[in-house]
Write a protein that binds this ligand. Structure first.
Ligand code: AMP
Ligand code: GLY
Length: 450
């Protein structure tokens, strides 16, 4: 089998590696891939000039390379209906249809669906008029609110407001998101701990596969502006057996039934962004794909042939597939250009030093993102440049390995930035449990309940 993975970031690199591990896969093609995806990976080949949105050029690549399966796993192309488009021309594509992925690309539709099928969610109201939204906010007491553009907005369409003035300012920003912000939501702010949980779905059946925690802000202790995600941990210790049961019963079961009833059976990877609040688990959002950088810490833990997983989802036979996950904890740390998520233009094209050495350390995998290769040398091509993934028997071990590797890397001119506290919640949980005299250890054996 020949597989095509569309995309260029860490998530898509991790996906390509997962497919390449399958004995049934002869080659993995990436459009466009990045400077690390085809480095020392004999099965993976990049078409680096073929842009993700250039569907016609991608079809040509499918023909040249004899592609049997396309993995459509990136937000924009899922929303653009790539799965439907490939199927229309007779190419098998793995991912949700455009109608099923409305769960991600239309927050208003998604919230209304969740109301209809009684999923636990925060209170919300949808608006298309700025004036009506401002009147609504003015009638309320100061409290935590989230103002959200309904469409995709490069991860920037959600604005947190801690009082009325901030909420009004956020409402005024919605027009900057063009069509995506034409309709927007005002939501009650939930308080609690967040997690990302992933389920494989074949339209009818589903299996929870793993759960992670993302680190969104650029600086330690969750300070600074939000990014696309600069570090992750899996499995996340906050997700207990009790939480899993609650997610299963109150969220995934009604979701799968509801999507069937709506004539939009959900096939592919489902990502639940959840909040463990005082009144139980609530849905913050659904995404129709793997998270980035959650994929980098989950995909390597899957021991079952990934092509087999994709095929059993496509044929609606997920129920009979036994999926094996290893017992390790993984921590990913993003190596970023100094300045990201603000202006980092002066870092573009600077050389990355030490990657080769870091890649050779035991328990380390490096996934590329905005990175270019010239011969054996690597150069910066964007904000989140690469991800170091450390794997170990528990959070401390995995984290130690990831940072040992990161310490070997620099970007010319002292231009590398990374967070130094990825996984801090699980580290704190572990030390507080130890203080209480428990020998509980947040490792995959005790926290994952697999
Ligand atoms: P989203 O793009 O919907 O994932 O929102 C981005 C981030 O905003 C989430 O990861 C949460 O940290 C936060 N967020 C969104 N909606 C809410 C909410 N209703 N309550 C609390 N936090 C929220
Ligand atoms: N990690 C956040 C996302 O993939 O949307």
């Amino acid at each position: 089998m020949n597989v095509l993975v569309i995309g260029q970031n860490g998530r898509e690199h991790a996906l390509a590696v997962s497919y390449a591990k399958s004995k049934s896969v002869k080659k993995v093609i990436m459009t466009p891939g990045n400077g690390l995806t085809d480095f020392n990976s004999p099965k993976i080949k990049n078409y680096s000039t073929v842009a993700m949105m250039d569907f016609e050029a991608i079809i040509k690549v499918c023909k040249i390379e004899g592609i049997d399966l396309v993995d459509v796993g990136q937000d924009d192309i899922i929303a653009a209906g790539y799965v439907d488009k490939f199927e229309r021309i007779g190419i098998t594509a793995f991912g949700p249809t455009q109608k099923a992925s409305q769960l991600e690309w239309d927050k208003k539709w998604a919230r209304n669906f969740m109301v209809k099928y009684s999923l636990p969610i925060p209170k919300f109201k949808a608006f298309s008029s700025q004036k009506e939204a401002i009147d609504y906010v003015n009638k309320q007491a100061d409290r935590l609110l989230f103002v959200k553009a309904t469409g995709l907005a490069f991860g920037k369409g959600v604005i947190k407001a801690t009082n009325k003035a901030e909420a009004i300012f956020a409402i005024e920003q919605m027009k900057n998101f063009g069509k995506s912000g034409g309709i927007f939501l005002i939501e009650e702010g939930l308080i609690g701990e967040e997690f990302s949980l992933f389920a494989l779905c074949d339209g009818k059946n589903y299996q929870i596969i793993s759960w992670a925690q993302d680190h969104k802000t650029i600086y330690d202790k969750d300070k600074g502006p939000n990014t696309g995600g600069v570090g992750s941990v899996a499995p996340a210790g906050v997700v207990t057996k009790k939480i899993l049961k609650e997610v299963d019963r109150n969220i995934l079961f009604p979701l799968m039934k509801g999507m069937q009833k709506e004539g939009r059976p959900y096939k592919g990877i489902l990502y639940l962004g959840g909040m463990i609040s005082k009144s139980g688990v609530k849905v913050i959002e659904f995404n129709a794909r793997w998270g980035d950088p959650e994929a980098e810490v989950i995909l390597p833990s899957i021991k079952t042939d990934y092509l087999k997983i994709a095929q059993s989802i496509l044929s609606g036979k997920l129920r009979t597939l036994k999926i094996k996950i290893d017992n390790k904890v993984r921590v990913s740390v993003a190596g970023c250009s100094k300045g990201y998520p603000g202006d980092y233009s002066k870092v573009k094209d600077k050389e990355i030093i030490g990657l080769n050495k870091a890649m050779k350390l035991p328990g380390i995998t490096v996934f590329g993102s905005s990175i270019e290769r010239k011969g054996e040398r690597f150069f910066v091509n964007g904000g989140r440049v690469f991800y170091i993934v450390g794997e170990g028997k528990n959070i401390l071990d995995a984290r130690k390995k990831a940072y040992r590797a990161m310490n070997l890397i620099s970007i010319e001119g002292n231009n590398l930035h990374y967070r130094t506290d990825i996984g801090f919640r699980d580290v704190e949980r572990m030390s507080s449990l130890r203080k209480q005299g428990s020998n509980y250890c947040i490792d995959s054996g005790s926290s994952s309940h697999r």
